[in-house]
Design a protein around this ligand. Structure first.
Ligand code: ZN
Length: 384
């Protein structure tokens, strides 16, 4: 008996009355055991203390340890199903024994395992080093890890277009080859950003910056997550809260605000110049419509309100460095209908260059929201 594979499973759910032993039947455990060890015989301990974080079983055999994260049997929304995987991944990272593996196992369920969001997450898990035990029985399409961060960004963007409200964390690139992840620190998001960090550290040697966008009274990422992230080596966690942003706002006219970038990513999607369509993230910047310096000069509003305007995702568009400069120099202007105009004194070759490089003559309707128009009026000091 000593040599049989042995499962240890926390038996209780955090928020449900039923037990893991009701779901992880002998038939299922034998299948898991065989796929991992080749053995069908196993022993199992259901542990009734605490509750099961990570929807997970631990299997020990011949000095090795396997963490198995199970899919949700109640086909709940996207968050419930995917929340547990990063938690299991963290247990795996905290495991000190060198012979370790992490797996994902699909349980029978009535839900749809094959939404575009789920496929995105499976690929991210695979990239992070999670092995799938029985996906061929549940998925009709093949599963491939991501090869590069660009791969992730474009897949994320396609996924975003299908469901606008899906995203809570965003990935982009900055100059100097830095990969930036922007995430909020509440709920499932903190685990999702951890999964991003682990996946990226596997496929990229670039510097990765994780910007934690903290809400006023919410704590930063849990210590457990930050320990794992720090152990990856090439990921730097950067906290940003309103106090820090306010100090920065008071000191500088050209605001470098992670919160502003986060809000632009949430509103506009991936970096893409609104005037020429350039998508090279290293040279795309967030361009304020109502400039920071003008907001700071505005009389009769509080500092908090000013900071809100300065970091509002509606107060900006993505522009390449050329078009950002042209906008700031008023070489190009945008009217309240979204028409893009070239300054009247631009002549000859310069006018030709601007007309040629500015392929968008009218901003897309989804950019032209009411609040965006309000900022345009502020910029060009038009009365409503
Ligand atoms: Zn451009």
């Amino acid at each position: 008996m000593m040599n049989l594979p042995h499962f240890t499973i926390k038996n209780r759910f955090q928020k449900r009355p039923d037990l893991y032993q009701d779901i992880l039947t002998p038939h299922i455990l034998a299948d898991v055991c065989q796929r991992i060890t080749g053995e069908i015989e196993y022993t199992c301990t259901f542990d009734n203390s605490g509750y099961n974080k990570g929807r997970m079983a631990v299997l020990q055999y011949r000095g090795g340890v396997s963490y198995i994260s199970f899919s949700d049997t109640e086909s709940a929304g996207r968050n419930a199903s995917m929340q547990s995987v990063p938690s299991a991944l963290m247990s795996y990272y905290e495991e000190m024994r060198p012979q370790k593996q992490i797996y994902f196992y699909f349980l029978p369920s009535t839900g749809n395992h094959e939404t575009s969001y789920f496929y995105f997450m499976y690929r991210l898990m695979l990239t992070a080093g999670v092995k799938f035990l029985n996906h061929n029985d549940f998925l009709t399409q093949p599963l491939h890890p991501f090869n590069s961060v660009e791969d992730v960004i474009s897949a994320r963007n396609i996924n975003r277009e299908r469901n606008q409200s899906n995203n809570s964390s965003y990935v982009t690139k900055s100059n100097n080859h830095v990969i930036q992840i922007f995430g909020k620190t509440y709920g499932a998001n903190k685990y999702e950003t951890t999964l991003f960090c682990i996946a990226f550290s596997q496929i990229s040697t670039s510097k990765i910056e994780l910007y934690q966008i903290c809400e006023q009274d919410l704590k930063a990422i849990p210590q457990r997550c930050s320990n794992v992230i720090n152990s990856l080596g090439n990921v730097k966690i950067i906290q940003t809260d309103l106090v820090m942003e306010r100090n920065n706002f008071e000191r500088n006219d050209s605001l470098r605000s992670p919160r502003y970038i986060y809000n632009l990513l949430a509103r506009l999607g991936a970096k893409k110049c609104a005037l020429c369509g350039c998508e090279i993230p290293e040279i795309i910047q967030g361009a304020h419509i109502w400039p920071v310096a003008a907001i700071k000069r505005e009389a009769g509003i509080t500092l908090e309100q000013k900071l809100k305007y300065a970091t509002d995702g509606s107060n900006g568009i993505w522009l390449c460095e050329n078009h950002h400069k042209m906008l700031d120099e008023d070489i190009i202007t945008i009217d309240v209908s979204g028409n893009v105009r070239c300054r009247a004194d631009m002549k000859g070759a310069n006018k030709v260059f601007i007309d040629w490089s500015t392929t968008t003559k009218k901003l897309a309707p989804e950019i032209m929201t009411a609040s965006f128009k309000t900022y345009l009026k502020k910029r060009y000091i038009l009365s409503a």
